[in-house]
Design a protein around this ligand. Structure first.
Ligand code: S3P
Ligand code: PEP
Length: 442
């Protein structure tokens, strides 16, 4: 790897990927562990926490709001230690705005954390986060009795004006979003009565699984989750398993790089998160999943993957998109190597991630000479078995960590070096991405 201005040159791996690896802690579970511990009474012990920019945004936010955080870097790169929450005293009024950086999860969950308290907290973020829609969160929280300033504004910066008298609601979410579901449930913990969130298809359920660990009962069924308030969170212990969204990059690399055979250990196998394994199986990839344990209510285990020369296209149905939403870019790269067309149905949510990932996928695949197009809200990729990386291929990551890792993988697993602009954005979710993959290919 070498750097020129903002571009990183990524060279083909010198050898197949072989052996075992583990990935850093799950980002979604890490955010929740930090935020829930901050809300709780007493000192929670949390371990295996992902040390990345996004999780740092959550840690900084709860510190500004009065939680006592003493997390320390561990030899394996994770963070572990104690967080003493504000409990019944509530969050303190911070001195200034809370900058959530690039992290959608931090800002959207914080809105639900702050809504039930008499505080006025200004929330902002980087350029990317300031473009992302917040109305999906402010609308239900306003129904519960919170206010946002300036009124009617749909993007950051925004101030949450909370209230201790929130109403419980039943809300039909317009999209499958765990961030929206979590914000409403967290506000619902302090409202009087039962708050229910119905969603069009199942989104990740880490909140429903973790709140009971903090002593708050949740009920959940297919596409619905409820909490009854007022309730209170009590300190507990949380062990964060490895991130399947990070593991997906190693697994896809093994599937694409001739001669590879790897196992990724200690990965969360929450079914709401590992839709990518099912999609790879349907493409004919040689992969398998084995459960080995559970951290709290979160199952984890081993994902094994081998090089698969004869992949074929498949259809990913709309109701499964939430289970692989962050993996669509890397799955589209795998689809680019498969025989036939792969279609991802109803992926409009990708337009409002760190960047418009839908447009970026089409643009990046075009750089590889692969035909991909959008029809309505569906993404189509026409694969090319034996795909060759054109000499001098240069990709713009658009400062989006998932895109940076996806286009780097094209070079790592391909026949020629590629250039990736702003590769550094991998620090958002998987700072060790390149070293982990290079270690497997020695
Ligand atoms: O709740 C979470 O931790 C997340 C939910 C998803 O976003 P949406 O809720 O917008 O679908 C996902 O894309 C994001 O990376 C993390
Ligand atoms: C979309 C993502 O995260 P967030 O919404 O928290 O910024 C992601 O990690 O791909």
């Amino acid at each position: 790897m070498s750097h020129e201005a903002n571009a990183t040159v990524v060279n083909p791996l010198p050898a197949p990927l072989r052996g075992s690896a583990s990935v850093p802690g799950d980002k979604s579970i890490s955010h929740r562990a930090v935020l829930f511990a901050a809300m709780a009474e007493g000192t929670s012990r949390i371990a295996g926490v992902l040390d990345s920019e996004d999780v740092r945004s959550s840690i900084k936010a709860v510190s500004q709001l009065g939680a006592q955080v003493s997390l320390e870097k561990q030899p394996d790169g994770s963070l572990a230690g104690g967080i003493t929450g504000w409990g019944a005293a509530g969050p303190s009024q911070p001195d200034g705005p809370i900058d959530c950086g690039n992290s959608g999860t931090t800002v959207r969950l914080l809105m639900g954390v702050l809504a039930p308290w008499n505080v006025r907290v200004e929330l902002t973020g980087d350029e990317s986060l300031q473009r992302r829609p917040m109305r999906r969160i402010t609308a239900p929280l306003m129904k519960m009795g919170a206010r946002f300033e300036p009124e009617g504004r749909e993007t950051l910066p925004l101030a949450v004006c909370g209230s201790t008298g929130l109403r419980a609601i039943t809300y039909d979410a317009p999209m499958a979003s765990a961030q929206l579901k979590t914000a409403v449930l967290l506000a619902g913990v302090y409202a009087h009565g039962t708050t229910t969130l119905n969603e069009p298809s199942p989104s990740r359920n880490h909140t429903e699984l973790m709140l009971p660990e903090f002593g708050v009962t949740t009920t959940a069924a297919d596409r619905t989750a409820s909490v009854t308030g007022p309730a209170k969170l009590e300190a507990c212990e949380v062990q964060v398993p490895g991130d399947p969204s990070s593991a997906a990059f190693l697994v896809c690399a093994a599937v694409l790089k001739p001669g590879s055979s790897i196992q990724v250990e200690n990965v969360s196998l929450n079914t709401a998160r590992i839709g990518f394994t099912r999609t790879l199986e349907r493409m004919g990839a040689d992969i398998s999943v084995r459960h080995t344990g559970a951290a709290g209510k979160e199952p984890y285990g081993i994902v094994s993957a081998c090089y698969t020369p004869a992949l074929h296209g498949c259809e990913v149905p709309a109701d499964k998109i939430a289970t692989l939403v962050d993996e669509v870019p890397v799955l589209a790269l795998v689809a680019a190597h498969a025989r036939g067309v792969t279609v991802f149905r109803e992926v409009s949510e990708l337009r409002v991630k760190e960047t418009d990932r839908l447009a970026a996928i089409v643009e990046g695949l075009e750089t590889l000479g692969v035909d991909a197009w959008i029809d309505g809200n569906d993404l189509f990729v026409e694969g090319q078995p034996g795909l060759q990386v054109p000499a001098g291929a240069a990709f713009d990551s658009k400062n989006d960590h998932r895109l940076a890792m996806t286009w780097a993988l094209a070079g790592l697993c391909g026949n020629a070096s590629v250039e990736v602009d702003n590769f550094d954005s991998v620090k958002i979710s998987y700072p060790q991405f390149l070293s982990d993959i290079e270690r497997l290919a020695r």
